[in-house]
Design a protein around this ligand. Structure first.
Ligand code: 3AM
Length: 336
């Protein structure tokens, strides 16, 4: 996987832990020559391959896909090293947290969070997704956790990360195997273990838009009940939070979470065109209720992360629990 014989430690100095999962850690690192900061994902190959259905090929595929993708709204993988059973993936450093955490943080500091802002962020995510699809890559794990703010500034762009479940496809609907993303975001065809393709990412984008507009997830439950809810695909706009949301936004949501998979008509990212200028004309009124719902949504995610991190620390014997430790993605690996 290494392009030359230089070791990671010779080129970079490791800094603090950003995140710790069961088989990988993300740390800030500094390039020894340029003093520039990056984020390195360090994967323990033995622990990674100990997870059922994961092999080194999965890791290689993730690196290959990430190296291919160069887009202003995708977190760039710059270099990959490997030595002594560890794989080091050096990414550009994202200084902001994930999108939903940042939305609440910024709203708490007094910034307006409106439909126009939601539309602005969502358009960037769709542009990243369209680029992936144009290159026949499906992401398969689109969710707030994998959408990061590039820096702390108010105008910071969002970038798509988390390509651990991504797959190259040569045809429509061929990807049936491999790791799948978080079960709350997967499409009906994925939930039913059927062939799936680009349309599944469009579905996940719909789930994301639902969260951006209302701060709530459209489909809840566990196991069979979650699968049933996803496949019935009913959207309800009667909660008070929806009162401030435009019909245009609700229509878009219906389009993205439309059950066209049953009719063999695949939704595409054409909706990008219709939201292209949306952030310029959408409402600029602050979505107070949405922010409050998103605060609860974030707190639940944090709690889930903490529970998983505790389970991982028991399973793998991590000496301490980092408060930033979020092993959300690792439970997905185990669940899928
Ligand atoms: O769990 P939290 O939100 O603290 O923001 C990402 C997330 O942190 C962070 O690692 C965690 C698991 O995805 N992360 C991922 N890629 C990153 C990058 N390139 C990153 N942080 C900075 N730069």
């Amino acid at each position: 996987m290494t392009e030359d014989d230089i070791l990671f430690d010779e080129a970079y100095e490791l800094q603090e832990v950003i995140w710790r999962g069961s088989c990988s850690t993300i740390r800030r690192c500094t390039h020894r020559l340029t003093a520039q900061h990056f984020a390195v994902k360090i994967v323990d190959a033995a622990k990674f391959t100990a997870i059922p259905s994961l092999t080194l090929d999965n890791l290689k595929l993730e690196a290959t896909i990430c190296h291919m993708l160069k887009h202003p709204h995708i977190v760039e993988l710059l270099e990959t090293y490997s030595s002594e059973g560890m794989v080091y993936m050096v990414y550009e450093l994202m200084e902001g947290a994930d999108l939903c955490i940042e939305i609440v943080k910024r709203a708490t500091s007094g910034f307006v969070y409106s439909e126009a802002v939601a539309s602005h962020y969502f358009r960037q995510v769709l542009e990243a997704l369209r680029y992936c699809h144009d290159h026949d890559i499906i992401h398969r794990d689109l969710r707030p956790h994998n959408i990061l703010l590039a820096n702390k500034e108010n105008s910071a762009p969002v970038k798509l990360a988390g390509f651990g479940c991504a797959k190259r496809i040569t045809d429509e609907d061929v990807a049936t195997s491999g790791r799948l993303g978080d079960s709350f975001y997967i499409s009906p065809e994925m939930a039913l273990n059927r062939p799936h393709g680009k349309a599944s990412d469009v579905w996940s984008a719909g789930v994301l838009l639902h969260i951006l507009l209302s701060g709530t997830q459209p489909f809840l439950g566990t196991g069979e009940s979650l699968r049933y809810t996803i496949c019935s695909g009913e959207l309800h706009f009667d909660a008070p939070v929806w009162g401030a949301i435009s019909d245009h936004a609700k229509d878009l949501l219906q389009q993205l979470l439309h059950h066209s998979w049953k009719k063999k008509k695949k939704p595409k990212l054409d909706c990008l065109i219709c939201i292209q200028n949306r952030d310029k004309c959408a409402s600029r009124d602050h979505l107070h209720l949405t922010v409050e719902e998103m605060r609860i949504f974030n707190a639940r995610r944090k709690l889930k992360s903490l529970i998983v991190a505790t389970a991982n620390s028991i399973k793998w014997g991590h000496p301490s629990l980092d408060p930033n430790c979020d092993a959300f993605s690792d439970i997905d690996e185990d669940e899928s």
